[in-house]
Every structure is written in structure tokens, then in C-alpha cells.
Design a protein around this ligand. Structure first.
Ligand code: GUN
Length: 300
């Protein structure tokens, strides 16, 4: 039987409708909408496209959105000063600095400078620590892991007691999703294994997974033989493998592939997320949810 496809594009709509309702309520209570500032340094095409989607979505749910697009050669001191300006701005609830940053800027110093109460990415050490200690009760869950957990819940994938294998140990996806699913609680309580480039036999670990979460950044890394029949496969990879001309707009757009051999995996998995249209849209929806929550926590 073919896998059930978990479409992030559909779930996103439900979440954004819920956020837009929350924005209305907050606006009635406080007289202002949540404010989100996006800070983009340089012109990395992938970052430009992510940030423009974030801005478009913020606008759609009724946020005040501020865009800071700064030159690649900005000094670290100037970037830190800009962050401090938004830390002090009461109309801004969320500060998002798009990663990666140019090499001359220390990413940790930049993340550390964001007020943890406005850290809607949940990358600040305070929020990383709170996720470790409190699981899904932490104030902010990083957007991609939060989106993955939401997909598992809404698709009815059993997670409690399941063998979850996470491929990849990044600070943005691998480590926090492993932590989140390890905790006691809703859509968690799993037995979690994290595998990475130093793991001896990736395939044998993957084959044991009831839920396989792949965030390696390697196109078609996971072959169908690596998937346990009926398992849930969450593909976080967004790999730009070429370009094509869009039939709709006539513009050149990137051809995207996940980390999983999707067509082949469809015949083995029980559930699967597509690329594009899977985890990506959920990440942006959860950013909006975190920004709404940031305002609630700061004002109510
Ligand atoms: N770069 C890749 N993913 C992300 C993300 O979720 N947030 C930020 N700020 N930068 C990223």
C-alpha cells in the first residue's frame, strides 16, 4: 500500500488560521499586533527566498513586520547594535536573524545578543536549555522540530514508545527534535537514536526506525531498503539540485529534492512528507505561532 502523504502545505493553513484568530484577540486586548523583525545579512539566494516567505506569511496573519536587509560586509558590532535596538523596541516581539551569517561574524555572539523573550527561533542558549529541561512545556520550541512534532500529532503517528531515529545532529533540527521526542508528554516519550556522519552503519540504524527523521542535507541519502515497512519518514532536507523555468510565472526557480529517495520510499513507508510541501511550510507556520506566543508572554 502506498504511504499516506503528510502535506505541510495543508496543515500550515489550519495553523495560520489559528494564529490569525489569536492576532485579532491580542489586538483587541492590547491595541497592537505582534511585531516580527527579520534580519537578513547578504544575498544568499536560499536565505532570500526563506526570508521573503516568512515576511509574506507574517503579513498574511496580521503581524507588523519589519525587514532589515543588510550588506554582506556589515561589521559584527553594527549587527549587534541593530539587535539591541530591537531588543528595546516594545512594538517588536520576535527577532529573527537568518542563518547562516557571513564568516567574519560570530554566529554564537549574535544569537546570544537576542533577548531570550524575543528569540522566536529558540536558538538562544537560555531557550535551548529550557527545551532540554522542559520539553514541549518550554516557552519556545525551535520552529522545524515544533513543525515536525505537529505533523506527527495531526497525522496520528504513534510516537510514545516508538523507536525514533534522527539522521543529523545540527543545532537547528537534529539535536532539538531528538530532545523534544525524548521528553515525557504529548507526541513524545520515544526511544531516540541520533546518527550522523561519524556513525558506522547508518542503514542498520535507519532500518530499526518506526519514525525516521532525516535532516542530513544530502539528496537521496535514504534508499528504500533503509526504511522499515510501514514506518513514518519525515524528510527535512531541502537540497537545490538544479534550476527550471516555472510554467506559471516564466521565472527560473530552484529544483528541490529531499534527503530521501521519495518515489521509491512511497511504496515502503506508512507515512511520508514530500519535498517541497512537507516540513518547510510547517517551519514557517511555527515561527508565526512562536511570535504570537512571544507577544502573549510579554504582554498578558
Ligand atoms: N536557516 C535555516 N533554517 C533557519 C531557521 O529556522 N531560522 C533561522 N533564523 N535561520 C535558518
Amino acid at each position: 500500500m502506498a504511504a499516506e502523504i503528510i502535506r505541510g502545505t495543508e496543515l500550515r493553513e489550519t495553523i495560520l488560521d489559528e494564529v490569525a484568530e489569536g492576532v485579532k484577540t491580542l489586538k483587541e486586548k492590547t491595541g497592537r499586533p505582534p511585531g516580527l523583525v527579520t534580519i537578513l545579512v547578504g544575498e544568499n539566494p536560499a536565505s532570500l527566498s526563506y526570508v521573503s516567505l516568512k515576511i509574506k506569511t507574517a503579513h498574511r496573519v496580521g503581524f507588523k513586520e519589519v525587514q532589515e536587509n543588510i550588506a554582506e560586509d556589515v561589521s559584527e558590532a553594527d549587527l549587534l547594535a541593530l539587535i539591541e535596538q530591537y531588543n528595546r523596541d516594545d512594538t517588536i516581539d520576535g527577532i529573527l536573524v537568518q542563518l547562516p551569517l557571513p564568516k567574519h561574524i560570530d554566529e554564537s555572539r549574535v544569537i546570544d545578543a537576542i533577548d531570550p523573550a524575543k528569540d522566536v527561533d529558540a536558538f538562544h542558549p537560555v531557550n535551548v536549555g529550557r527545551l532540554m529541561l522542559e520539553g514541549s512545556s518550554a516557552p519556545f520550541i525551535p520552529c522545524t522540530p515544533a513543525g515536525i512534532q505537529e505533523m506527527l500529532v495531526r497525522a496520528g503517528v504513534p510516537v510514545a514508545g516508538a523507536e525514533v531515529v534522527v539522521v543529523g545532529r545540527s543545532n537547528i533540527v537534529g539535536k532539538p527534535i531528538a530532545n523534544l521526542l525524548l521528553q515525557k508528554g504529548r507526541a513524545a516519550n520515544a526511544t531516540v537514536t541520533v546518527v550522523h556522519t561519524g556513525t558506522k552503519d547508518l542503514a542498520s540504524h535507519c532500518r530499526r526506525a518506526d519514525v525516521l527523521i532525516v535532516a542530513a542535507g544530502v539528496p537521496n541519502l535514504v534508499h528504500p531498503e533503509w526504511i522499515k515497512p510501514g514506518a513514518c519518514v519525515i524528510d527535512v532536507g531541502v537540497n537545490r539540485v538544479g534550476e527550471r523555468v516555472s510554467e506559471k510565472t516564466g521565472k527560473t526557480v530552484a529544483v528541490l529534492r529531499g534527503d530521501v529517495d521519495y518515489d521509491a520510499a512511497l511504496g515502503v513507508a506508512g507515512w511520508i512528507t514530500p519535498v517541497p510541501g512537507g516540513v518547510g511550510p510547517m517551519t514557517i507556520a511555527m515561527l508565526m505561532k512562536n511570535t504570537l506566543k512571544a507577544m502573549e508572554l510579554r504582554t498578558l
